[in-house]
Design a protein around this ligand. Structure first.
Ligand code: SF4
Length: 320
């Protein structure tokens, strides 16, 4: 484990933990072979010294006796160590032979978090996948954030135009079905969410959680509303309807009609949501109509507000 004493040949590396998208800055002390300590980098502008236990556990990964340190090949006599060029040639030949025999898409690729949050991976994986020409690509994205991409494509014209909550400047944070204390602020790159949410409350803002479960985030929120599972789409439609009914859409349009330029079809939302009054969804969602109306009023009147959701929520994060 970490040691405070200075070692001969000790070097310090400043790196980014790539285990999740919070991307915390870390300071690694080592001698080229052994890691002496992994700590949060206080000078990192994002994480300011914060890390979660996973970053310190990188040392355990590094030292794990079962960790694969060289390519190996299965032979009749067990595993045999081979060189990287040999391994790469064998993998390339294997891919070619599978695709030749069973078609391009017979070769599947799965990408995990550390690939996606690694600069080298980000620069090279796309080219590798393009040249392999397979549609069988899988990652956590499939169940985690594709709704973000689809909503952004339809609303804003590109799948990567995802509204990202600016937590440091948010006064009203409505979290629907998200638990950023556990996920470390997924799709926000916002390390130390506990402190960030506490800061919102400390500057007289509000954190409201809507979740069927009393999550870690709900525990420190200003308010938590239980919702019947799988009814959040009805709540969102009723809230949208209320935004129009209470005149906030008109006010926003009069102030700045940028939304219409970014999302030309936005006005269709009003028609779509019209049938979903707060009263009509109250019983099924378990949230009283007067509470839904109050939440909309507070959300729209706050100096800066954001609605954040995860795991397939229809609304995902829509900045007002
Ligand atoms: S929150 Fe934890 S796992 Fe995620 S980047 Fe920071 S230290 Fe790594």
């Amino acid at each position: 484990m970490a040691s405070e004493k200075t070692h001969t040949d000790e070097q310090t590396h400043f790196r980014t933990c790539n285990l999740c998208e919070a991307m915390c800055g870390i300071v690694i002390k080592h001698d080229g072979k052994k890691v002496f300590s992994i700590k949060g980098d206080k000078d990192d502008p994002f994480s300011k010294g914060y890390i979660c236990p996973k970053a310190t556990a990188l040392q355990d990964l590094h030292e794990d006796s079962d960790r694969l340190r060289h390519p190996v090949e299965r032979t009749a006599n067990g595993w045999k160590e081979i060189s990287w060029p040999e391994a790469l040639d064998k993998v390339a030949a294997g891919i070619q032979s599978v695709q030749k025999k069973h078609g391009q898409n017979a070769f599947g690729v799965y990408l995990g978090n550390p690939n996606v949050h690694n600069l080298g991976g980000m620069l090279t994986i796309k080219h590798l996948l393009t040249s392999i020409k397979t549609r069988s690509r899988f990652s956590a994205t499939s169940i985690d954030q594709l709704p973000h991409h689809i909503v952004s494509m339809h609303l804003f014209g590109h799948m990567l135009r995802i509204p990202v909550p600016d937590v440091n400047r948010t006064q009203y944070m409505l979290i629907i079905g998200g638990n950023p204390l556990a996920s470390n602020g997924s799709i926000m790159t916002a390390p130390n969410m506990r402190q960030k949410l506490k800061d919102i409350k400390a500057r007289d803002g509000k954190v409201v959680v809507i979740d069927p479960r009393r999550t870690e985030t709900a525990d420190i929120a200003s308010e938590h509303h239980f919702i019947r599972p799988a009814t959040d789409v009805l709540l969102l439609l009723a809230m949208l309807n209320e935004i129009y009914l209470q005149g906030y859409a008109d006010k926003a349009r009069a102030k700045n009609n940028r939304a219409a330029a970014l999302a030309p079809e936005i006005e269709r939302l009003a028609d779509f949501a019209r049938d979903y009054s707060a009263e009509s969804v109250a019983e099924i969602t378990g949230i009283a109509a007067k509470e839904i109306k109050r939440l909309v009023k507070e959300f729209c009147e706050a100096e800066s507000s954001v609605c954040y959701g995860r795991m397939g929520r229809l609304g995902k994060s829509l900045a007002y």
